[in-house]
Design a binder for this molecule. Structure first.
Ligand SMILES: Cc1ncc(COP(=O)(O)O)c(C=O)c1O
Length: 406
């Protein structure tokens, strides 16, 4: 029985294997390993190159940038979590986005939501300015609008759900269907970084490519920068594998080792992130110093019903509008003790950040305000500390936000 569980190929084929077993075993059977010791924990090979028995006759790997044993373990494991055939890892989440951009040529069109992650939007805008790619950013909470915006040149449809930082939800199944009914060669991509495969399985809903910043929840310990793409279509995978290797944006063996280690507790961490995140959302929603909370798990969220149909839960991400303006937001952030004011998300530690002054500092004021990214908006990544301590910290910082007001 154990030998069966440890056999990664059988794991890939066996649909009944549960998520918790996959994060521990998929892709990493000691029996499959090239190491003579059959290590229980897959070893790292730091070698950049691999001996060929004759020119182009090798034992699976040629040059570490394009493939190495621990990277294969991680890629196989992440693919199995999403129920996908293939996974490719990259030097960062943005590296994975860049790889997708190299599928495009001048004149091709990208359609994406109007509040996708700022770094993603920057890459798109650079490709518009430098390579003549076309871009439309629109409201992805409305499928009719999305349908109207698809052009004959549309090659890439880019979803984020929930979005960062406004937590808006898109209907993945309907948008994928609309796109593929119009043309089969439109590649529908979702950035599933916030949800992880534990809570949302986009390939099952018709999406073509799932992108992760592994930097966030999948690694989960804020100590590695890495990205991944999960793909079912083998031809698309082969094109992206060529880009990963030939543009030099692959991931290092040591980083793959760390992410594979972090991944083993993904299901446990996500359950706790969800519990703490929802507790914080409910606490903030009834607080007299909070104007509004954005969390798709709250019935007050405009797409709550669709969110609970489409996914099985939520991580620790939420945003809220504090009562007041910039002054109150800054006082609140400076008063936090358990939360750390920092960019990024998805680690064990709770983080808070101010989109207007941090991620969206370069976005023109009118554009920022049109998106509702106002000076009193604060984003939280709720970590794994004690729920009571997290809530007490938020409460004291909210009280501190009005000290000095009269
Ligand atoms: C939703 C989302 N996608 C992608 C990225 C980019 O990931 P990375 O920092 O690993 O390049 C980030 C980074 O914050 C993110 O929040």
């Amino acid at each position: 029985m154990m030998e069966d569980l440890n056999d990664s190929c059988k794991l890939q084929q066996e649909v009944k294997i549960n998520f918790a077993t996959k994060v521990v075993h998929a892709g990493q059977s000691p029996a499959d390993q090239q190491s003579p010791f059959k290590d229980v924990v897959p070893p790292i090979s730091l070698s950049t190159t691999f001996k060929q028995l004759a020119p182009n006759e090798h034992a699976g790997f040629k040059y570490s940038l394009c493939g190495n044993p621990i990277k294969k373990v991680l890629q196989d494991c992440v693919a199995s979590l999403d129920g996908g055939k293939h996974c490719l890892t990259f030097s960062s989440g943005l590296g994975a986005t860049t790889a997708l951009m190299y599928l495009l040529k001048t004149g091709d069109h990208i359609l994406c939501g109007d509040d996708v992650y700022g770094g993603t939007a920057n890459i798109f805008k650079n490709f518009v300015n430098q390579f003549g790619v076309k871009l439309t950013m629109t409201d992805f909470t409305n499928e009719q609008i999305v349908e109207k915006m698809i052009l004959p040149e549309t090659k890439l449809i880019w979803l984020e759900s929930p979005t960062n930082p406004l937590m808006r939800i898109s209907n993945l199944e309907t948008i994928s269907k609309i796109a593929h009914n119009i043309r089969n060669d439109i590649v529908v991509v979702i950035d599933n970084t916030f949800q992880t495969p534990y809570f949302q399985k986009p390939l099952d809903l018709g999406v073509d490519v799932v992108l992760y910043s592994l930097t966030k929840y999948l690694n989960g310990h804020s100590d590695v920068i890495m990205g991944a793409l999960v793909i079912n279509d083998t031809e698309l995978h082969d094109r992206l594998a060529y880009i990963q290797c030939s543009y030099g944006i692959g991931s290092s063996p040591f980083d793959c080792y760390l992410v594979n280690r972090g991944l083993k507790t993904l299901h446990l961490r996500m359950k706790e992130h969800m519990k703490n995140g929802l507790a914080v959302a409910r606490f903030l929603e009834q607080h007299r110093l909070v104007e509004k909370v954005l969390h798709p798990g709250l019935p007050s969220h405009p797409q709550h019903r669709m969110a609970v149909r489409q996914c099985s839960g939520f991580g620790g991400m939420l945003s809220f509008y504090i009562k007041g303006g910039l002054l109150e937001a800054i006082r609140f952030l400076k008063a936090l003790r358990v939360f750390c004011v920092a960019v990024s998300l998805g680690g064990t530690e709770s983080l808070a950040y101010h989109p207007a002054l941090m991620s969206h500092a370069d976005v023109p004021l009118e554009e920022r305000l049109a998106l509702n990214i106002t000076d009193n908006l604060i984003r939280l990544s709720v970590g794994l500390e004690s729920e009571d301590d997290i809530i007490a910290d938020l409460d004291q910082a909210l009280q501190a936000s009005i000290i000095g007001n009269n």
